[in-house]
Design a protein around this ligand. Structure first.
Ligand code: UD1
Length: 340
């Protein structure tokens, strides 16, 4: 069985990807420093899959620890690199934490496995496009100056990976530019676990619905969009997880060489108000929401051109906005009955 190192494998997208890897017959080896994840997620993955994956608690900034993984750890054929800090606001406040954690970890990992034949999947973001000039945005659109240190770490990491591949290393690399991942596993045993007050829309919606937050504020209704609120391309986290397996499969073929990048979205945009109303309709729960000022750094609208992933990865999304909302809600209810 092919072993895949999954860094950040107990995090939101990481845990869903571990489940899909196991379903697809891979053996994930999870590395996570638990800085933004919960150790119990390992038990939850075990409940879903019936098998406990190998787990190492390790901070990828620990150079000796990462080298030890290579010498003492299993032979791996691939790496899926999720481990990174991801709070946009925090990155503006503590840029050095973000550059240190997100960039140094990547360099340690690449150095440690340098020369080995490893297929590498990188967790990138549509944030690299900023506000695109044309919609839907495709992979050839220019990368815009980053709005935040977090966004900049994604741009820099993509460049590091491109340069590393070009240097003749034995790596094949695919960067996946995610649009907005939401929702949870159908079992409701894993999902997004924000620490403190959620920054992202859907966890804020579900926490408001369950009564943990009094109300949700829509950040601006005066944008140049049909209903005035911002538009994003929301993608179910399980669809997103499956794309990582498709990326590995592509790199396992001889025809794939070097480095490539793919958008991962549905190809459709939805406004904040549409998401709120979809949640209300699907769950039957009324949301207490108000309209507030714009949030600094938000772009007006973005959705992806996703034909490249469809053609080359033979992957496309299957799950609807309603399924995204229903699964996110089922997970929130599970958490309130079974706190981790
Ligand atoms: C944000 C980051 C993006 C990052 C992603 C990680 C910015 C500018 N972008 O995406 O780089 O990859 O998180 O998950 O921060 N909204 C509300 N009320 C809320 C929360 C959000 O109206 O309480 C709106 C936002 O204004 C936005 C939409 O909901 O229009 C989605 O917001 P969010 O879930 O935070 O994702 P992004 O900002 O798109």
């Amino acid at each position: 069985m092919s072993k895949i190192l999954v860094t950040g494998g107990l995090g939101y997208i990481g845990s869903h990807t571990v489940v899909e890897l196991m379903k697809a017959g891979y053996e994930p080896v999870i590395v996570d420093d638990l800085s933004n994840s919960h150790p119990k997620i390992l038990d939850q993955i075990t409940r879903i899959t019936g098998k406990k994956p190998v787990f190492h608690q390790l901070d990828l900034k620990d150079e000796a620890g990462v080298r030890n993984l290579v010498t003492a750890g299993p032979n791996i054929s691939g790496i899926i690199h999720f481990a990174a800090s991801k709070a946009v606001g925090e990155s503006v406040q503590f840029p050095l934490k973000y550059y240190h954690n997100n960039i140094y970890s990547l360099i340690n990992l690449l150095n440690a496995y340098y020369g080995k034949a490893v297929n590498f999947v990188f967790s990138s973001s549509c944030t690299v496009y900023g506000q695109p000039d044309h919609l839907p945005v495709d992979e050839n659109a220019p990368v815009k100056p980053a709005e935040s240190p977090y966004g900049n770490t994604k741009q820099i990491a993509e460049e590091i990976l491109r340069d590393t591949v070009a240097s003749g290393a034995n790596y094949k690399v695919i960067s996946l530019r995610y649009f907005n991942p939401v929702g949870a596993h159908e079992s409701a045993l894993i999902g997004e676990l924000p620490i403190g007050v959620p920054q992202n829309l859907v966890p804020f919606i579900t926490q408001t619905a369950i009564g943990k937050r009094e109300k949700i504020t829509v950040f601006g209704d005066d944008y140049n969009t049909p209903d005035g609120s911002c538009i994003r391309d929301y993608i179910h986290v399980v669809d997103l997880a499956k794309a990582h397996i498709a990326a590995l499969r592509l790199m396992e073929t001889d025809s794939f060489k070097g480095y490539d990048v793919f958008n991962l979205g549905t190809g459709k945009g939805n406004s904040v108000l549409e998401i709120i109303h979809a949640f209300e309709k699907t769950t039957g729960v009324k949301l207490n929401y108000t309209i507030g000022p714009r949030r600094g750094g938000d772009i007006e609208q973005i959705w992806g051109q996703v034909t490249k992933a469809k053609e080359s990865l033979h992957w496309q999304t299957e799950l609807s906005i309603d399924t995204m909302m229903a699964s996110a809600w089922a997970w929130e209810k599970y958490l309130s009955n079974n706190p981790l």
